[in-house]
Design a protein around this ligand. Sequence first.
Ligand code: MRU
Length: 354
Amino acid sequence: MTEPLSTVNSLINTSLLPVTWHNDAIRLLDQRYLPDTVNYHTLNTLEQVVDAIQTMQVRGAPAIGITAAYGVVLAARQRFQESNHNWKTEIQSDLTALAESRPTAVNLNWALNQMRNEICNVEGDPESILLDAAIQIHQSDQAANLAMADFGAELLAGSSAVLTHCNAGALATGGYGTALGVIRRSIDNGLQDIYATETRPWSQGARLTVWELQQDGIPSTLISDLAAGYLMQLGKIDWIVVGADRITANGDTANKIGTYALACLAKQHQVKFMVVAPTSTIDWDINNGQDIPIEQRTVAELLPDCYQNRESLVSAWNPVFDVTPADLIDAVVTEKGVVINPNHENMQQLRYNG
Ligand code: MRU
């Protein structure tokens, strides 16, 4: 049996894990109500897992993938109990439902492919073997975060101020975080000022990032999304550090809506731009960012209640990710190494030599 998650590394604050396997079920921190309410749900069925991903009880590309992997364990248990000879056929629709629960984060497909391979090989009752595989996915994400923190902190050495967008922290991953892992690790290296955008409309920055940092005793400064340009113009930022939902073979990067605007502003103000993501976020099958599916969420996330009726003349457009072209990115930091000035050729070097 794989080691319990809490023993992976003492650097990980286990009170900030968004998802764990506990008492034969998934224990999920409901991120919709943070920071006001810290509420955990127990998920026992595939339907509950799909709903939790779609409604963003769990969010952040790696955390979605890990939750889906544990969801496969629940689905396999159910299918095996219902028809033990046919469960490998029956579970296919569950894998499809999970894959379609959110479209942009490629870690979801990556984790499901790992679980698909396990399903092909397993004989007899699948639960313990699939659980081992899911825990392995979870632990390797934590290990990747710790490795990326080291690589990213080297790049940040000597910098005193960073800006991050959305939440790419422990809450968005298996623990510790990607962009926020680099920032955590840089504090002992002299990093002084951490700015976080609000990240409208879901407020991942205002509700999650600054809360998460506070849980670890790390001070931060929240800004409105629109204050980022002025902050850079004042010369107060050295690096922008963000996560990613999908990176294509040429280094183009999909991340939370507004990331592209930040990258353009960074270029204008000679601020460096770093993307931190595990290699499970790289989609080698897509050559450039134009082919990344961009999730559109309900207008209800944007529109005030008074406009949500048939007579209303006001509608809304709510894409929740955008694509930053590789030429606006100074470094892509992964657990296998750093790609400086990402382009197709440099990314291939990471793929085959990283
Ligand atoms: O819509 P969300 O909250 O799932 O979007 C999350 C992001 O855009 C994160 O920056 C990204 O998933 C990287 S998380 C390590």
